[in-house]
Ligand binder design. Structure first.
Ligand SMILES: [Zn+2]
Ligand SMILES: [Zn+2]
Length: 255
């Protein structure tokens, strides 16, 4: 399985508009971050996790060296705009058949109310052809690929992370309920959010993420959904344990 990081930034993206801090003005490409999302290629199939407002630019970037015509599934972690704001831009992938989106029950409802024109009975031509299904709180399959949802808490908001084989993608969490750790055993790669050093009400700090990595014990871990308060990529990387890496946009890893 190949994983490509389409975006690794927090909700504002990096640089944050108008900010002159050292991260926002850095000339290192690794400090420029679209909103968080990954593309997974497995057995010739394409799975997207989250479809944020940068989706169009992210896919144009991918298509400089690659191209494919359809998504086999789009998994949504939660309803926040930085994770769903690009759904309308799935249009070019809907020409021949509907794109299947999976989200938990209440997220299905919020998506339907936010882009209600997409789900009207009598659609006008050119609308995205999207089929949206609820994710059960247990493993399910997308075209033979087993998907294991993992319950996470984004502050007080229940959201999903996803485990696929030896990979887990856990973003926007503050805490993981104790009983969920059993689903995270024996991972080769853990991708987990780490916002910044200082406390945040609904996101892990860098320390919180390192503690979870310590407890889950994946062979390798990648930090994502980072803010401009995270520090410069190059400097921060030197402060991390050997098996913990900061993800950056365009990074490709194999699991
Ligand atoms: Zn987010
Ligand atoms: Zn969020």
């Amino acid at each position: 399985m190949k994983v490509r990081f389409l975006g690794t930034g927090t909700s504002t993206g990096n640089p944050e508009i108008g900010c002159r801090c050292e991260v926002c003005t850095s000339t290192d490409e690794k400090d420029r971050r679209f909103r968080s999302s990954i593309l997974i290629e497995i057995d010739g199939k394409h799975i997207l996790i989250d479809c944020g407002p940068d989706f169009r630019m992210q896919i144009l970037e991918v298509f400089k060296t690659d191209s494919f015509e359809k998504w086999d599934g789009v998994l949504i972690t939660h309803e926040h705009y930085d994770h769903v704001g690009g759904l309308d831009d799935l249009r070019p992938f809907c020409r021949n058949e509907a794109v299947d989106i999976y989200a938990e029950d209440y997220v299905v409802r919020t998506i339907k109310s936010r882009i209600s024109y997409v789900f009207e009975e009598h659609k006008y031509p050119g609308l995205p052809n999207i089929r949206i299904s609820p994710v059960p709180n247990k493993s399910f399959s997308i075209k033979g690929i087993e998907i294991n949802p993992v319950r996470l808490m984004h502050g007080k908001l229940p959201i999903f992370g996803y485990r696929i084989g030896k990979l887990a993608y856990l973003t926007d969490l503050k805490t993981i309920p104790d009983e969920e750790y059993a689903k995270l055993e024996d991972l080769e790669v853990l991708i987990i959010n780490a916002l910044r050093e200082s406390e945040h009400i609904s996101h892990e700090t860098i320390d919180d993420a390192l503690k979870n990595i310590e407890r889950i014990k994946p062979a390798r871990a990648y930090l994502t959904h980072v803010s401009h308060h995270f520090g410069l990529h190059e400097k921060r990387q030197k402060m991390l344990p050997d098996h913990v890496f900061i993800a950056y946009d365009g990074l490709e890893i194999y699991v």
